[in-house]
Design a protein. Structure first.
Ligand SMILES: Nc1nc2c(ncn2[C@@H]2O[C@H](COP(=O)(O)OP(=O)(O)OP(=O)(O)O)[C@@H](O)[C@H]2O)c(=O)[nH]1
Ligand SMILES: [Mg+2]
Length: 459
């Protein structure tokens, strides 16, 4: 893994992405939020307003320590593809604002909140504004670099950087590169190729281990629920509330969780369940970025059920939900290719979280809107509202999907049958048998296969 810290690579990457490893340096960012005025050319859903987009851009900047928003501006455009991005009048207006800002306080970079800027767009804007210009890709990469702690997450982030660097270099035409000085030398290209080869080999290794772990989990026969959703919806918080696992750390930052981690909890019937915490989704992420994390979501696709956590207090929660659902469907398809159940998703339980932030009558109308959805729950990971009913639903789904049943069995009190059931099934409760003092009534949750084993052993 030492190859990840490679100075020669950092130079190439820094040139393309305008970022460096030293995120501790304070940044005062001027956010420009371009949006397309006419609906025909819009790529964002109609219920996502430019203000919503700007709020997300601001949240991205605030996810980096020491990064502050010096000023922000929404810029209506006819299209996002123009070579200069903005018209000359707008450029002049922004320059004026920048001059004012420089007088009042610091500003040392510009964040154009668009998936990726072409090489030409970025060069043009940097020449005009005389400041480094970042796009969403480079800001998200910066956050991911900071939040990636496990080996797998670090490898994935490193991998996510490469397509961007290549695309920037490809964008740069021969005349531009001569004039503006950005092109990859053969040596730099070799640095990128070698890094990619090493990353692929390491990631293959990590994924082999992940598959092994998954197999082991399956052998343990413990039911699993994958917790998925948009970034900052409250996935980690919900799992923490359901498992009482103190070590988990929810954070008010985008892309706080970058690893798929497993957390054990208990259902009301005492059956153990594993919750898988996953990487959050975000719309308008350039291709190449999210794909690198898709492999970690494979586990989610193979879980017994999916819990889709949504931030009900977010103005764009409906668009976020549609985005997550569409991505899940396409993921399910790619994961199960070649299988007979191609494209089939595990049952999904919708969780409308952060309901504590809504007024009670707003909650009711929100829920009424969702009547088409069979399984949905209003919850608050903060106040724990709605968690008991959610758990009951999770239990029901798990029992259905995994073919487990609740049964009452009469066994000798203190006998080997009792010990066997405690070891191999989930014991809901026990009570004395009023008709026979030597027997005990046990309510258990058990799969058909375990029940068959029990019968073979004791009947
Ligand atoms: N008011 C309120 N805040 C919540 C609730 N659930 C989570 N939060 C807050 O929302 C923020 C994000 O929570 P996380 O649990 O880290 O969200 P996440 O979905 O895991 O986010 P990523 O890991 O970035 O994908 C934190 O500041 C939480 O304290 C809730 O029910 N009510
Ligand atoms: Mg999280």
């Amino acid at each position: 893994m030492r190859f990840l810290d490679d100075r020669a690579y950092e130079e190439v990457a820094g040139g393309a992405m305008r970022i460096n490893r030293d995120v501790a340096i304070a940044q005062h960012v001027f956010i420009l939020q371009p949006y397309v005025k006419w609906s025909a050319k819009r790529t964002t859903p109609v219920d996502v307003t430019p203000d919503d987009q700007l709020a997300e851009a601001t949240a991205l900047i605030h996810s980096l320590p020491n990064w502050q928003v010096a000023r922000s501006l929404k810029v209506p455009l006819e299209s996002l593809e123009r070579k200069t991005l903005f018209g000359s009048g707008k450029i002049a207006e922004i320059k004026e604002l920048l001059a004012q800002l420089r007088n009042e306080r610091q500003v040392n970079s510009i964040f154009v909140s668009k998936g990726t800027l072409s090489f030409a767009q970025r060069q043009f804007l940097e020449d005009e504004f005389k400041l480094p210009v970042l796009d969403r890709y480079s800001v998200v990469i910066q956050i991911l670099r900071l939040h990636a702690t496990s080996a797998e997450a670090r490898l994935q982030v490193a991998m996510a950087e490469l397509p961007y660097i290549w695309s920037q270099a490809k964008d740069a035409s021969a005349t531009q590169t001569r004039r503006q000085g950005y092109s990859l030398t053969d040596q730099q290209k070799e640095i990128l190729r070698t890094r990619e080869r090493k990353l692929r080999a390491e990631l293959d290794d990590v994924r082999r281990q992940r598959r092994l772990l998954r197999k082991k989990r399956k052998q343990l026969n413990c039911p699993t629920a994958a917790v998925v959703g948009y970034t900052n919806a409250g996935k980690t918080s919900l799992i923490k509330a359901l498992t009482m696992e103190d070590a988990m750390q929810p954070r008010n930052q985008l892309f706080a969780t970058l690893d798929v981690t497993a957390h054990a909890g208990y259902l009301p019937c005492n059956l153990q369940i594993i919750y898988m915490d996953t990487v959050g989704f975000m719309s308008d992420l350039p291709t190449g970025l999210f794909e690198c994390f898709v492999a970690t979501l494979e586990d989610a696709m193979l879980a017994d059920i999916i819990i889709h956590v949504q931030d009900l207090s977010h103005p764009c929660h409906a668009a976020q939900r549609a985005h997550v659902e569409a991505t899940l469907r396409s993921l399910a398809f790619s994961v199960s290719q070649g299988n007979s159940n191609a494209g089939e998703l595990p049952p999904i339980i919708n969780v409308f979280n952060k309901c504590d932030l809504l007024k009670p009558n707003a909650q009711v109308s929100m829920l009424a809107e969702q009547t088409d959805t069979a399984m949905c729950h209003l919850t608050s990971a903060r106040t724990h509202a709605g968690l008991q009913t959610l758990l009951k639903d999770v239990e029901q789904q798990i029992l259905d999907v995994t073919g487990r049943r609740k049964l009452q069995v009469r066994v000798p009190s203190g006998g080997p049958e009792m010990a066997w059931l405690y070891k191999n099934a989930a014991v809901v409760d026990t009570k004395a048998d009023e008709q026979n003092a030597e027997k005990i009534l046990m309510r258990v949750v058990i799969s058909q296969c375990t029940l068959d084993q029990f019968m073979r052993e004791f009947c």
